[in-house]
Write a protein that binds this ligand. Structure first.
Ligand code: ZN
Length: 272
């Protein structure tokens, strides 16, 4: 069976990904435009843990058929010929299904809203909220593959989430956008803009550009996983939702009804 590495770049907007130079992720295949099932982190990750990946919004087809086709794809992703939709019942849990197939299921998450006390943690063998928001490097360092036990790595990355910080960066933060769950984890903001001030267009552009920089940084570490990964490793790289950078007066994601909040990059496959 294939090892599976499922990487979710939190809040990574489609055009931020497309504008980034990503030689490692490009090895997986052609990046597609897909749509997230939700506009924010928790429900979007819940869909992932059901085994449902961002959709292509196909027309003239019943939703039930789309779901059926999606579940059938796990046969190819795992390389297990015995896998069928009935194996997802009744829990509708991908980590449970993979565990039944003999996988060791490991989750590393960056967003406190996905902490280990939430439902998302169900059925994983090993689940951890990282000590800070932007430690993909730490996740990568821990990753190990085993000749005998197939591994499922489910990785939620915070680098692409506001404030798009990499080590040494010092960007402004606004309370309310990111502050609700910060007491559960993550570092204290170094400087905090007040919530009655909204970013101007120059700041929006700077933040958007910074998200592109974060994608390029992530790509470097995806390359390090690829260096360790055996040939039979199946990669999925996507985002849980997009991000708004000033369009129609919006910033961020969540309670926003806008196409840019749902568009996400999506690529999957084995290394070419
Ligand atoms: Zn998110």
């Amino acid at each position: 069976m294939n090892n599976i590495v499922f990487i979710i770049m939190d809040s990574c907007r489609l055009d931020s990904f497309m504008n980034a130079n990503t030689p490692n992720i490009d090895r997986i295949g052609k990046v597609e435009k897909r749509y997230s099932y939700a506009s924010w982190t928790a429900p979007s990750h819940y869909a992932f843990t059901m085994g449902m990946l961002p959709h292509a919004s196909p027309t003239e087809i019943y939703a039930s058929e789309v779901y059926k086709e999606e579940f059938a794809l796990w046969t190819e992703r795992t390389g297990s010929k015995e896998l069928a939709f009935r194996d997802f019942l009744p829990e509708l849990s991908l980590p449970k299904v993979l565990s039944n197939l003999g996988y060791e299921t490991i989750a590393r998450v960056s967003m406190p809203v996905l902490n280990q006390y939430t439902l998302i943690n169900q059925h994983f063998d090993d689940y951890k909220l990282m000590d800070n928001h932007n430690n993909f490097a730490g996740m990568v360092e821990e990753i190990e593959f085993d000749e005998h036990i197939p591994k499922y790595y489910f990785l939620n990355l915070g680098e692409t989430h506001y404030p798009y910080m990499l080590e040494g960066d010092d960007l402004p933060r606004i309370s309310g956008v990111h502050g609700v769950f910060k007491s559960l984890g993550g570092s204290k903001p170094k400087n905090t803009a007040s919530s009655d001030h909204f970013f101007d267009s120059a700041q929006m552009k700077m933040l958007h550009d910074q998200q592109v920089t974060c994608v390029e940084y992530i790509d470097g570490y995806v390359g390090k996983i690829m260096d360790k990964a055996p040939e039979d490793t199946y990669f999925i790289v996507t985002a849980d939702h997009g991000e708004l950078f000033g369009e129609n007066g919006y910033f961020g994601h969540g309670p926003i009804m806008h196409e840019k909040c749902f568009e996400v990059p999506f690529v999957e496959g084995r290394l070419g």
